[in-house]
Design a protein around this ligand. Structure first.
Ligand code: B12
Length: 153
């Protein structure tokens, strides 16, 4: 009898093309790894085409986009339209969430969340969102289970 090691759920972590901030990505990578996810962090200023290609290659269980420079709602909108319109069913179906400081007016722009969901994001976390909500949403979208799933003969 030896334990079956289920594959860790893979998260593709990225920001948008205009955003050069990196500590938000480092923070999220550590948070996700601590929760047992495998993280592919694409780093800052990722062009839309590169992100789409990486989703195709990496086949992640979910994509997490972080942006804090204030352009996130504009870049994010363009990005999700591009991803969902690609024609590859896997790209149309992969859960994608975005969060951070998505505009430049903080809580006054809470309507951005609804708009981004309408464009195709599965979840949006504007600044000040409860971090626990993020974990719960990710778990729900990836069907995350403990790494040791059971035993086999
Ligand atoms: C360091 C910094 C820089 C550095 C970045 C260096 C680097 N390599 O990262 C430099 C100097 C390059 C920089 C540049 C700019 N910056 Co700057 N920067 C900052 C600063 C001081 C700290 C950011 C940081 O590292 N925080 C630490 C990380 C861990 O926290 P965080 O980024 O806030 O992320 C947290 C949350 O937002 C959340 N979160 C983030 N993403 C996601 C995603 C999900 C899914 C979830 C659930 C949560 C989540 O979780 C994180 C942890 O709590 C902030 C001000 C501040 N005090 O926040 C401004 C700030 C982000 N910058 C700002 C701006 C405007 C700029 C510039 C446009 C300035 C300019 N005119 O050139 C440029 C943009 C460059 C670009 N192309 O993107 C603004 C953004 C305004 C807004 N969105 O309302 C801020 C808020 C400053 C301000 N108050 O005006 N910046």
């Amino acid at each position: 009898m030896r334990p079956i090691q289920s594959r860790a759920k893979r998260i593709l972590l990225s920001t948008v093309s205009s955003d050069s901030h990196t500590w938000n990505l480092v923070f999220l990578q550590l948070l996700l790894e601590e929760r047992g996810y495998e993280v592919v962090n694409l780093g800052p200023c990722v062009p839309d085409a590169e992100l789409v290609e990486q989703v195709r290659v990496q086949r992640p269980d979910a994509v997490v986009i972080s942006s804090v420079n204030g352009h996130g709602h504009i870049d994010g909108r363009r990005l999700i339209r591009t991803l969902r319109a690609d024609g590859d069913p896997a790209l149309a179906a992969v859960p994608v969430m975005i969060g951070g400081k998505l505009g430049i007016q903080g809580a006054a722009q809470s309507h951005l969340a609804d708009e981004l969901v309408a464009e195709g994001f599965d979840a949006v976390f504007t600044d000040g969102a409860d971090p626990a909500e993020f974990g719960t949403a990710l778990q729900r979208m990836t069907g995350q289970r403990p790494r040791i799933a059971g035993v086999a003969a």
